[in-house]
Design a protein around this ligand. Structure first.
Ligand code: C6P
Length: 416
């Protein structure tokens, strides 16, 4: 790939140099250079993350928080360094407000269970939105069923924007939690989360942001947002799978019971009574995914070596370019035309099924996701079986967008 220096946004990045850090990007698929546009599902990993995994198993493998020996101390320190990096990255007040989880889904399940147990009474209400990922619907449904609470849904308009007047109507003194996605994975909508947080707080409700599609695209500052809880996954931010983060305000986490019992989350255990450990360990039962936790730190380093604001500006440029170009293809209907979008371009093409288009693109080496993207209610709203979704990351290029457009034109010719 030739050097692409993009200069039509504030700052300039050498995308070729960034791409060179990702070995997988120079591979071929079906005999064609890989064009990876499925970053919403998971991002590729830079060499420094891959090296950290190798280094961990070659030199530092040990269980953490348990041993007095050198390796255990080393691994514990490295793991805890990541906690501090995440604290800094999202500007949390304390490092013990950073809870390691298995990922976004795990974080939401933890929160729904523990917050539900400590704070939800029959008749209380939980507010989610019409554009949530299944991970931010089902755990709340389970909790509502258990606690006798009511799940309410903020509707959206035809552009895929939340109808804020409806949000204000739904918000009331019975609302105990507003659990909402920061950026929609199937529409790309960036929600007005600060406005939602401020309004919810005025009614005494807490707010959880699902930042799975935000954390690698835009700056997230939990203190500035004053958000109560925030969840995200490492694997969508250039880190390994199997680890994620639940952020919570100290006083709120302290008020919640543990989610799982086991090693590390206890202070003392007798057969009669167990006392629980302090934050963050109270919520981290059992041996965690140590190497993934350590490597997540390397992913944060990667993002910070570029700068999240540079990433946001460059990806905005790419998304705008892709949106302009795709409109030139006859029969394309973009699903999700919010005024404020990030990272995701979802669309359908008249007379074609998303799956068939996806298969043909794959033959050309172009990876997109097709289907409902774990947001079936969104597909039902737009009355489509699924969409074709191109989702961007910092290493994607204008040339790759051109390849997608050319591939789509070819696929349409073959299918119609
Ligand atoms: N979305 C996508 O292709 P996990 O699987 O726990 O890492 O993340 C779940 C999740 C929760 N919320 C949002 C907004 C998400 O986008 C995702 C994951 C992927 O869109 C896989 S379904």
């Amino acid at each position: 790939m030739s050097s692409v220096v993009v200069s039509n946004y504030a700052g300039s990045l050498d995308i070729a140099a960034i791409r060179a850090a990702f070995p997988i990007l120079s591979t071929t698929v079906n005999g064609k250079p890989l064009v990876y546009l499925d970053n919403g599902a998971t991002t590729q990993k830079p060499q420094r993350v891959i090296d950290t995994i190798n280094e961990y198993y070659t030199r530092h493998n040990s269980n953490i928080h348990r041993g007095v020996h050198f390796l255990s101390q080393y691994a514990t320190d490295a793991y805890e360094v990541t906690r501090k990096k995440i604290q800094r990255f999202i500007n949390a007040k304390h490092d013990h407000e950073i809870i390691f989880t298995k990922g976004t889904t795990d974080g939401i399940n933890l929160l729904a269970y523990s917050f539900g147990k400590s704070s939800i009474q029959p008749g209380d209400e939980i507010l989610i939105s019409a554009m949530e990922h299944h991970s931010n619907i089902v755990p709340w449904q389970i909790m509502c069923e258990d606690r006798g609470a009511v799940l309410r849904v903020i509707p959206m308009n035809e552009k895929g924007e939340l109808i804020m007047e409806e949000f204000y109507k739904l918000l009331n003194s019975k609302t105990k939690m507003v659990a909402i996605t920061y950026i929609s994975n199937s529409l790309g909508t960036v929600n007005p989360v600060k406005e939602i947080i401020d309004a919810a707080h005025q009614k005494g409700a807490k707010v959880m942001l699902d930042a799975a599609q935000a954390i690698h695209h835009i700056a997230v500052d939990v203190q500035k947002l004053e958000v109560d809880f925030l969840v995200f996954s490492s694997h969508k931010m250039y880190g390994p799978t199997g680890v994620g983060i639940l952020y919570g305000k100290e006083e709120l986490l302290n008020a919640m019971p543990p989610y799982q019992g086991g090693g590390d989350m206890i202070k003392t255990v007798t057969f009669e009574k167990t006392t629980y450990n302090e934050l963050p360990f109270k919520f981290e039962a059992g041996t965690p995914n140590i190497e993934a936790g350590i490597c997540l730190g390397a992913a944060v380093d990667f993002i910070e070596s570029i700068g999240i604001d540079h990433i946001a500006a460059y990806e905005e440029y790419l998304l705008n370019y892709a949106t302009e170009q795709i409109k030139q293809i006859q029969g394309v209907r973009i699903i999700g035309e919010a005024a404020h979008k990030s990272g995701v371009l979802s669309f359908v093409i008249d007379g074609t099924h998303p799956y068939d288009v996806g298969v043909l693109l794959d033959k050309m080496g172009i990876a997109v996701r097709t289907g409902h993207h774990c947001t079936e209610p969104v597909m039902n709203f737009f009355k489509v079986p699924g969409t074709i979704r191109a989702s961007f990351a910092i290493y994607n290029t204008k040339e790759e967008v051109d390849a997608l457009i050319a591939g789509l034109k070819k696929a349409v010719m073959m299918l119609l």
